[in-house]
Design a protein around this ligand. Structure first.
Ligand SMILES: [Zn+2]
Length: 71
């Protein structure tokens, strides 16, 4: 599953127990040893890309507003 942290960034969470601690070497959950599936990895990759795109769009919008305020 995909969990969204308080800053709005997506994080991969375990499908079985919902925790966000994974053993990066073996791609398994620390809590319940559930395997991180390729589907999970594809899902978090897409979520991160969408988040980055959204953040970049927001940054552009903000810099545009600032320019508009300058004399
Ligand atoms: Zn787990």
């Amino acid at each position: 599953m995909i969990f969204t942290n308080p800053s709005g960034a997506p994080e991969l969470a375990c499908d079985q127990c919902g925790c966000r601690w994974f053993d990066r070497m073996s791609n398994t959950c620390y809590e319940c040893a559930a395997e991180v599936t390729p589907e999970n990895l594809a899902e978090i990759k897409l979520a991160l890309e969408a988040f980055e795109a959204h953040r970049a769009a927001q940054a552009n919008a903000l810099s545009g507003e600032k320019k508009g305020l300058e004399p």
